[in-house]
Design a protein around this ligand. Structure first.
Ligand code: ADP
Length: 263
């Protein structure tokens, strides 16, 4: 029994008890809750502290690349590699910061607005075509321009672009990527990305939204992944009352759907 002035966190569960009664079971999870808070603060602080030194380092490397010494082929290769790695670290840090903001803070009411999703997706699709480049993916979009969404634009932009870029990343050259925004048969607003890519074995699917969970770490890194994309998608979906559904067949392709509530 805690002193009256101490806040405790309880986890409550209701279980059937006999045929006509229920049992309410309470567990004190205060210590676990505190630990989770400490972990979240630590990640947020580390990411924040790494941001400035990384920017400075990348800046110096860029300066060196522009000097006469930087034009020497061997030096140029080393500096370009350093620049790429600094950029990768910067993306991981930015994703970690975004994720910790999504986990720890509720969105302000005034971040929400009516979003023209078809318009929000335009630059994402253009960037995806640029990234695909010579790999020549067939990137198609079927977007309902009349269907708007009440949400936080920068969060949805981040979630939708993660799904579109993943489809390009995990689909071999020339493959198909189909992006849809519209209503399903039940009248719910759905954003979906389906690809004809490498697919995912069923046993991995439940764990894909964990931070840094990757099926093939080498492939993810080589393609510029941070391992945080789907964790971001899941949290953004949750904040919008939506859920993420994943269907996939190894060797054939995958479909990721963000299903928003209600008609
Ligand atoms: P990453 O930065 O590694 O892409 P994500 O969190 O976005 O991290 O995705 C986690 C893992 O899920 C990826 O490493 C990859 O193994 C798998 N994955 C995500 N999207 C797809 C897809 N469209 N097709 C096949 N595998 C995918």
């Amino acid at each position: 029994v805690a002193p009256a002035d101490e806040t405790r966190t309880l986890s409550l569960r209701i279980e059937p008890y006999g045929s006509d009664r229920y049992l309410l079971i309470g567990r004190d999870v205060t210590a676990l809750h505190r630990l989770q808070g400490v972990r979240q603060d630590f990640v947020a602080n580390v990411s924040h502290e790494l941001r400035t030194p990384l920017t400075v380092l990348a800046g110096y490397v860029e300066t060196l690349l522009d000097t006469d010494e930087g034009q020497d082929p061997q030096m140029h290769r080393i500096l370009s590699n350093m620049h790429q790695q600094a950029d990768r670290m910067r993306r991981i840090v930015e994703d970690l910061l975004l994720l910790s903001r999504l986990e720890t803070s509720q969105p302000d009411a005034d971040w929400f607005e009516t979003i023209d999703v078809a318009r929000l997706l335009e630059p994402i699709l253009n960037d995806a075509r640029l990234v695909s480049g010579e790999e020549g993916h067939d990137i198609r979009a079927d977007l309902d321009p009349t269907l708007t969404l009440w949400g936080v634009p920068r969060e949805l932009q981040s979630a939708f672009s993660n799904l579109v870029f993943n489809a390009v990343k995990y689909t071999p050259a020339g493959g198909r990527v189909e992006v849809r925004w519209g209503r399903d048969e039940q009248g719910r607003a759905v954003f979906s990305v389906c690809d004809s890519g490498i697919g995912i074995e069923a046993r991995h699917i439940p764990r894909l939204t964990e931070r840094f969970y990757r099926i093939d770490v080498g492939r993810s890194r080589a393609r510029g992944g941070t391992g945080l994309g789907l964790a971001i998608v899941k949290h953004v979906a949750l904040r919008h009352g939506a859920r993420l559904e994943i269907d996939s067949t190894p060797g054939e392709g995958s479909c990721f759907r963000v299903i928003f509530p209600g008609p």
